[in-house]
Each structure stands twice: as C-alpha cells, then as structure tokens.
Design a protein. Structure first.
Length: 314
C-alpha cells in the first residue's frame, strides 16, 4: 500500500489521470507477490477491503483497464474464499445464521470477481464473452498466452461460485466451463504460476463424480504435476486431495497421513507461498478436528454412500 500511495502522490500534481491510474494498476496488480509472503492472514484480511474499493473506484474512471480488471478479478476471488467464507465456516463461535450470512456475502463477492474477469477478457478481445456464449471452442481459440492469468481467475471464480451455490441448478450447468477454461490455459502455458493451473484442474476433476465425467486418475495426474511445478512448496494440491478425494472415498487413513504431512511442512521454507500455506495449514487443522463428521463407520454408512461407491467404481 505504501508503494501505491507514493505513486499517487508523486504523479497527481503533474500527470494526466490515466497515468495515475496506470501506476495504481501496476501497484495493485502486483500485490500478490509481496502479500503472498506474509505469515499473518488477519493482517492481510484487514488490508484487502481498502484495495478492493480502490480497484472499484479506479475502474469507474477507466473501465477497460486490463491490469485493474485482472486485479479486481483475482483479489475479489481470493478475499471471498480465504477471508470471508472459510473463516466463517471454521470459526466455532459463529452461529448458523452468521455462517449463512458469510456464505451469501462470499457468493456476492465471487459474482463481482467473475464479472471483472469477463470484462477483462472482453477488454483484451472485444466481444469475447458474447462469442463464447455462441461457440465455446471458437472463442477459446482466440485466447493467447498473455491471457492465461485472466483465464485462470475466471475459471477459479466460477468454480468457487458453483461450490458456494450448490443449490443453484442454473449455475451448476456452467461447471463444464471451468474445465474448458482450465484446459485452454494449460495448452497455452502449462507451467504458469508454479502449477496453479494443474491445481485448479485437480479440484475440478476430483469434485465431479464419475457419472458427470470426473476422473480420479486425471485428478491425481494434475496433483502430481502441480507438486512438480511448485517443487513441492505448495500445500494446496495435498489439501485438495485430502478434502475432495479421501473424504469422498472415505479413506480415513490416507486423509490423516496427508493432513499430517501438510501440518508438518515448514512454511518458512517456501516464503513465496507462505500466506497460502499458512491458510492451508489452518484448514488442515480444522479438517482433522472435524474428521468424525466427515467419516462414518462401515456399519453406519447411510444409503447415499452406496451411490457414491458406484460412481467411484469401488
């Protein structure tokens, strides 16, 4: 934030408005590399709302600024999931009504993120959203390597919206778009952001039952690729596997093993990913504390587990 303030002060007296906004976009768009090293999630959570509203205000002045649109797309997505939805779900002091309010708020923020994402793609390729609605493959073919960050955050924000609104059938029909966007981004730049695209696709494959085209084999391949691209320094792929695969398969032994591995990791050994890893460890602690709610004994397995077993080929 100091970098942004200095940029604005230095330029406001002698530069045109678009230069000021350009400098702010550079500062806001580059926040992730510095903030991602932080080890205090609450400090970041308290600071982000100011950044979000700054982005909103600047976009009012330059609505097609691609850097600002990407900053809004990514920042709203991260804030909604990491600092609104998950803390409410994991806080034992939150009452059900408070948790539901936080979920609704997260949905709204993710909707705003997704809107910025699509505007970003339209700013880079005029009419892209309308073209995508008419012909997915033709529109995807227009996208280039420089579009990969925006493609990723578009897919991520949509995936999280769908996850947060599982009771919305209309939104659920868009799940396939997450896979289409992810596959296109992988084809353009597989190694982008240390395996983040593979991590996205791991969650996509693991969260879909086999009858909907999901594949644990593909999920594992993406998990391993994500770990390879990050040199094992990102905990997200392991956490996704424990939560989306081990719970679905009721594999409690592997679940415990994976979460113990996550919790044993030294977050200071991977400073560039420290904030995300701290958050992953917090989630892992919560999952371990609630595993009795996630796993049931064989003798008390409800009927719906039989359907899950069939879909997973067990």
């Amino acid at each position: 934030m100091r970098r942004l303030a200095l940029a604005l002060l230095a330029l406001s007296a002698c530069s045109p408005k678009h230069i000021i906004i350009g400098a702010a976009a550079d500062a806001l768009g580059g926040q992730g590399s510095g903030w991602g090293k932080d080890n205090d999630p609450q400090l970041v959570a308290d600071a982000v709302p100011f950044v979000l509203k700054t982005i909103d205000s600047l976009l009012d002045a330059e609505p097609k600024n691609v850097k600002l649109l990407l900053a809004g797309c990514s920042s709203y997505t991260e804030y909604a999931y990491a600092f609104v939805q998950q803390p409410a779900e994991m806080d034992p002091d939150f009452k059900p009504a408070q948790v539901e309010f936080a979920r609704q708020r997260a949905r709204n923020l993710l909707g705003r993120a997704y809107g910025y994402c699509l505007r970003g793609l339209d700013a880079r390729h005029e009419g892209w959203t309308a073209a995508y609605q008419k012909d997915h493959q033709a529109a995807l073919a227009q996208l280039e390597k420089d579009d990969v960050p925006t493609i990723y955050w578009t897919a991520a924000s949509l995936a999280l919206r769908i996850s947060a609104e599982k009771d919305n059938p209309a939104l659920l029909t868009q799940l396939g778009q997450v896979g289409e966007l992810g596959e296109r981004a992988l084809a353009l730049d597989e190694a982008w952001d240390h395996g983040s695209l593979h991590e996205l696709m791991e969650g996509y494959e693991a969260s879909r039952p086999a009858v909907m085209g999901g594949s644990l084999e593909r999920a594992k391949a993406h998990r391993d690729a994500a770990l390879r691209e990050s040199e094992g320094k990102k905990l997200g792929p392991w956490l996704t596997w424990a939560e989306d695969v081990d719970v679905a398969q009721q594999n409690r032994a592997e679940f415990d093993k994976v979460l113990d591995q996550v919790l044993a990791f030294d977050v200071d050994s991977a400073i560039d990913f420290r904030l995300a890893n701290v958050l992953a460890q917090r989630r892992a602690q919560w999952l371990k504390a609630h595993q009795d709610d996630l796993f049931v004994s064989a003798g008390s397995r409800p009927a719906w587990f039989a359907l899950a077993d069939a879909e997973l080929g067990r």
